[in-house]
Design a protein around this ligand. Sequence first.
Ligand code: PMP
Length: 437
Amino acid sequence: QNAKYLASQAKRESNARSYPRRLTIAIQEAEGIYVKDMDGKVYYDCLAGAGTLALGHNHQVVIGAIKKMLDSKHPLHTLDLMTPVKEQFIDELFDSLPADFARHARIQFCGPTGGDAVEAAVKLVKTATGNRSMLSFQGGYHGSTHATMSLSGTLGYKEKVHGLIPDVHFLPYPYAYRCPFGVGGESTHRLSSIYIDTLLSDPESGIVAPCGMIFEVVQGEGGSIPAPVEWIREMRRITQERDIPLIIDEVQTGIGRTGKMFAFEHAGIIPDVLVLSKAIGGSLPLSVIIYHEKYDVWKPGAHIGTFRGNQMAMAAGQATLTYIKEQDIPSAAEQLGQRLQDRLQMLKNEVTCIGDVRGRGLMVGVEVVNPEGGKDVLGHYPAYPLMASRIQQECLQRGLILEIGGRHSSVMRFLPPLIVTEQQLDDIATIFGEAVR
Ligand code: PMP
């Protein structure tokens, strides 16, 4: 059955399709952390819509909110006209922000995807500052549209796309395991901050008046790499001192995944612009930017479009946010993530093809390395994308869906729904261990 659907898809969909090439299943049913393929085989879903499904598949809270919408006479589409559904969504979202941020916050509903919101954020800071160059980070991922691809530090998918936005300066992200400065440990983030501070002060650097800096607090697609809180604070200081708007892309980290409602809260800072999508729509498409009122500089009509805020997604998103707060899901995500990391560390001690285990909350990565390759200056073996791919297939056969990420496609990424239980997480770690062995 799976093969039939895959063949039909391969015939009719774009050659750019990616997940189905590795995850060779068609899905007929899904519930919680599980999906069932067309042959009735059940899998743990640790991809979960690339982090979208905070409450898992078809959670009763989400389904209930959607049903309520459908049974009401609320409009399903209103452009950006006001509705009670939107009012409640904004209330809930602002109530989830740190009070200092919420007090001066403005929200802009964007197109349905994360990329749309990143586009909007960059356009906003360009308008606000009158500047044009952006500061972004090696290994970062912000989307597949023209501007967001230009901002992304991952290289492969930019191939043969000419005329990307040229004014993007890529800075070293604090990726200790593959430290850009060849030192590792705590020195990585210290050197990264010093380097960036110095670069921005150097008139010869070629960086002229940036319109903004953008980063992910935990790089997602780049390989589940958490930035240390000291580094995040340094980026806030550096941008604040130079009046450079700081855009934090929480499309993947947002609403509870990392152990706080928003990942920037770990560092106790507040961004100028916050980008949200994925989980914010409770599994339906929605994206927003939230920013300080001093950046509310667009003239009426400066950022228009047909699908600015889907009513159904707002209802599902509001219900999701309420549930996340009521159940204190961020704390659970923190503990569960640590439990998973502990299990994976034990596995790392046992096998030679795992070089690093890292993450924050339920955003965990395992870097797969080749013990037969030459070590780098830090004494780490090289990335091993072939083995990562092999592990992914072994997991799939055993009923576990995991995606691969990282700059060299060598990081196994765990993004389970946040409602995962200890028992399920232990099972996932067990299956993963068997697949690796
Ligand atoms: N930013 C980050 C951090 C992401 O992880 C993603 C998607 N993986 C995006 C932006 C782009 O979102 P979308 O795919 O919805 O355009």
